[in-house]
Design a protein around this ligand. Structure first.
Ligand code: FES
Ligand code: FES
Length: 151
């Protein structure tokens, strides 16, 4: 079926099947591969996007459910070719290794800093608890969020 989605401020059309996830539509039909598919079960957070400003796992949202709502992906955080502060801080703090978890963590961290501009370690850990990283041991990720907050 043909649907129209608002993604990163643009109306986009896509041909999807009824049970298709928003993650699949973003990656495979709308040429937005930033959101990653690691588990497809809501366990890892690598597919995190904002849906009407709420952090969601796009693998658990049907594309059809997103019709009429605003979707923001990691690609939508950068503006005018400038990295978002959180993206820059992840790079500067060395919080990226294989990078598979990074888009989801960046979206979740940006969402946290919008709500809590100067979070504590515990608040960061809580906010990012749905995002799994197999490489960094999380300390650099905490450092990156603090760095973004300071900036
Ligand atoms: S791919 Fe969606 S939570 Fe893992
Ligand atoms: S950097 Fe590899 S999973 Fe996080």
């Amino acid at each position: 079926m043909r649907i129209e989605l608002s993604v990163n401020g643009e109306l986009r059309e896509a041909d999807v099947w009824a049970g298709e996830s928003l993650l699949t539509t973003l990656r495979d039909r709308l040429d937005l591969p930033g959101s990653k598919n690691a588990c497809e079960q809501g366990e890892c957070g690598s597919c995190s996007v904002l849906l009407d400003g709420e952090l969601v796992c796009s693998c658990l949202v049907l594309s059809a459910q997103a019709v009429g709502h605003e979707v923001v992906t990691v690609e939508g955080l950068a503006s005018d070719g400038e990295l978002h502060l959180v993206q820059e801080a992840f790079a500067d703090a060395g919080a990226v290794q294989c990078g598979f978890c990074t888009p989801g963590l960046v979206v979740a961290a940006a969402d946290l800093l919008r709500r809590v501009p100067d979070p504590t370690d515990d608040e960061i850990r809580e906010a990012l608890s749905g995002n799994l990283c197999r490489c960094t041991g999380y300390q650099k990720i905490l450092d990156a969020v603090h760095l973004a907050a300071r900036r």
